[in-house]
Design a protein around this ligand. Sequence first.
Ligand code: AMP
Ligand code: ZN
Length: 111
Amino acid sequence: MSDCIFCKIVDGDIPSKKVYEDDSVLAFYDAHPKADTHILVIPKQHIVNLYDVQAHQWPLVQQVLQSVQRIAEQENLVGYRLISNNGAQGGQEVFHMHWHILAGDKLPGFQ
Ligand code: AMP
Ligand code: ZN
């Protein structure tokens, strides 16, 4: 989508600090970290959020979560919190599906 900042990051039109990439998934550091380690994991394909997932796209959601597992190993995270905000009422500000990996001391959100 032309006006989506995460699609622009996928296309390389907006710079990012990449953590992980494969054919379907990209992970990069959040520009405004809310934890010691704050990584965003996204499908390269534009999907708005979980409300928007079509039947044929569920394998892609699985690939995103498998990437979370790989990233946790790759980055030697001893524990992490995984958050996905869905819809404006759920706190979503960027409407391209993403999963927040939060790690380190004093994590925000639920305790
Ligand atoms: P959410 O509120 O779940 O939609 O989260 C969107 C996240 O995207 C926020 O944590 C922002 O800090 C982050 N963000 C926005 N623009 C960028 C960008 N250009 N590069 C990296 N992270 C970004
Ligand atoms: Zn997008």
